[in-house]
Structures are given as structure tokens and as C-alpha cells.
Design a protein around this ligand. Structure first.
Ligand code: ZN
Length: 280
């Protein structure tokens, strides 16, 4: 099932995508896609509804981030061996974890702002894992039981803020609009093997990233288990699991975003995003 949120920023309503591509309104069944509504059992109940009984949403509404109430946006750095190589870094012995401020989260097709003072704003298509129920000290074998589903994330990154501003990567990862998320929360039953999905990112029609989640170093079940040893994961938390090669930093010479650019990115089975770039 593909769940989504539609409407103006801050007042989105929950919905799902039917087999014909229509948005169906779920707001008579749940308030929002957040908290306990993301428990796997709760999502299964929604998936069992008679879809034809749900009102079709007309027009072409804006899509919001595919889940609400994200408490933690956790990102894994250098989690693709081929991306680590293009940045000149070696594959880490344990997952590199950094946090992206949740205030960076926007819808999949919202504009992306280049922050003031930026000279190196970059793109990163990533597979996002959405947590479905509280996870603390879970084993790798049980880890996927705690996952609601998957989504596309663009881990937009300001490379100078990230690496040259005396501090943690968080500085270059948290600017407003740096976390487009969606279009859909795709439940696990639709994605039997999340570690074998094509992923891509085009900028102004040129394909820069053309990879696969197959080359992830630390795979999804491992990451959920690993993070749950460090902190409790809650429903709506997102783990963005790293990017394949082809980011702007890896070009020779590097290529960075400028106002007017358009990013189009997606992952097999999880849908696609499109963002226009503006000056912040
Ligand atoms: Zn990333």
C-alpha cells in the first residue's frame, strides 16, 4: 500500500494511492499518518479498507512529507562503498550517524532553498526507512518488524557547511527544505527486498546518480538494530540510509546547485520527487 499526505503545508490530510493512481482520502479513518497510526497493525487495517468506499481527491493537490510527527531524522553517512570512494573517504567500520533537523523536512515536490552564504549545495537520493513502532535493543533478525515502510529522501547537503565550518555534519544537512520526503510511505509488503532497488537523481535532465540499494554497506535490518542499541526509535522516525555515487561533490570539477535548477530523483517502487531550486 502507498500512503501519502496531501494538502497545504501544515494542514495535510492522510490518504492513499489507489491502483489507478487516484488519491483516496483517509481522513475519516485516521487523523494523520503519525504515531500509533503507523504501527504495522494499524497500517494493515487501513490497507484492508474497501478502497472504492474512500472519497477520491480531485485536482492535483500538493503532496506533503509522507509521514507526520517525525521526532528523529537520522542519516547514515558513506553507506555506499562506491560513494565513499568518490568522496575520497574509506568505508567506515561502523555506521556513521548524523542527525538532520526535522525542520528541514518538506514535501517531495516542494521548492528547495539554497541557504544564504552557500557555495556548495548538493543532492543525495536516499532510501528512507520509516519506523512503525518503538524499537529498543531489537535484534537484526527482528528489526524489520519495527519498520512501517520505505520512502524516497533527498538528503540535500551544503558541503562547506558540512565539512569546513568547525563542527558536525549536522550544520550542512539541516538547512530549511533540505529534507524532501515522499511521495509515498510504501509498506513493506510491496518491497520484498529493499536492498535491491534502482535509484537515480537527475539535475536539469542530466543523470548524475544511477545506482542501486544493492551496494549499501550496512543494510536496513542491521541499521535498525544498530540504532536501537543507541536510542529508542519511535513511530515516524526516519533513517535515511546513505546515497549511491554521483553527487555534485564527486564530479570533476564539482557541480553544485544554483537557483533555477531542477532535481528529479526516485527509487524503484517508491516513486519520484521533483524540486525546483531557489535562493533562500
Ligand atoms: Zn546522505
Amino acid at each position: 500500500m502507498k500512503f501519502l499526505r496531501f494538502g497545504n503545508a501544515g494542514s495535510e490530510r492522510p490518504g492513499l494511492l489507489d491502483k489507478d493512481g487516484n488519491i483516496r482520502d483517509l481522513s475519516s479513518h485516521i487523523d494523520d499518518l503519525t504515531g500509533t497510526a503507523l504501527y504495522p497493525g494499524a497500517l494493515a487495517k487501513l490497507a484492508a479498507l474497501d478502497v472504492d468506499s474512500l472519497p477520491i481527491v480531485s485536482g492535483n493537490p500538493r503532496l506533503g512529507p509522507c509521514v507526520a510527527g517525525t521526532g528523529k531524522f537520522m542519516c547514515i553517512g558513506l553507506n555506499y562503498s562506491d560513494h565513499a570512494a568518490e568522496t575520497g573517504a574509506s568505508v567506515p567500520a561502523e555506521p556513521i550517524l548524523f542527525m538532520k533537523a526535522t525542520s528541514a523536512i518538506v514535501g517531495p515536490d516542494d521548492v528547495v532553498e539554497i541557504p544564504r552564504g552557500s557555495v556548495a549545495t548538493d543532492w543525495e537520493v536516499e532510501l528512507g526507512v520509516v519506523i512503525g513502532k518503538p524499537a529498543k535493543y531489537v535484534s537484526e533478525a527482528d528489526a524489520l518488524d519495527f519498520v512501517a515502510g520505505y520512502c524516497v529522501c533527498n538528503d540535500i547537503s551544503e558541503r562547506d557547511f558540512q565539512a569546513k565550518r568547525s563542527g558536525q555534519w549536522t550544520k550542512g544537512k539541516s538547512c530549511d527544505t533540505f529534507g524532501p520526503t515522499g511521495p509515498w510511505l510504501v509498506t513493506k509488503d510491496e518491497i520484498p527486498d529493499p536492498n535491491n532497488l534502482a535509484m537515480w537523481c537527475d539535475v536539469n535532465g542530466h543523470r548524475y546518480q544511477d545506482g542501486s540499494s544493492r551496494t549499501m554497506v550496512f543494510q536496513i535490518a542491521f541499521l535498525v538494530s544498530y540504532l536501537s542499541q543507541l536510542m529508542t526509535l519511535h513511530p515516524g522516525d526516519i533513517i535515511s540510509t546513505g546515497t549511491p555515487p554521483g553527487v555534485g561533490l564527486g564530479q570533476k570539477p564539482p557541480v553544485y546547485l544554483k537557483p533555477g535548477d531542477v532535481m528529479e530523483l526516485g527509487i524503484e517502487g517508491l516513486g519520484s520527487q521533483r524540486q525546483e531550486v531557489v535562493q533562500g
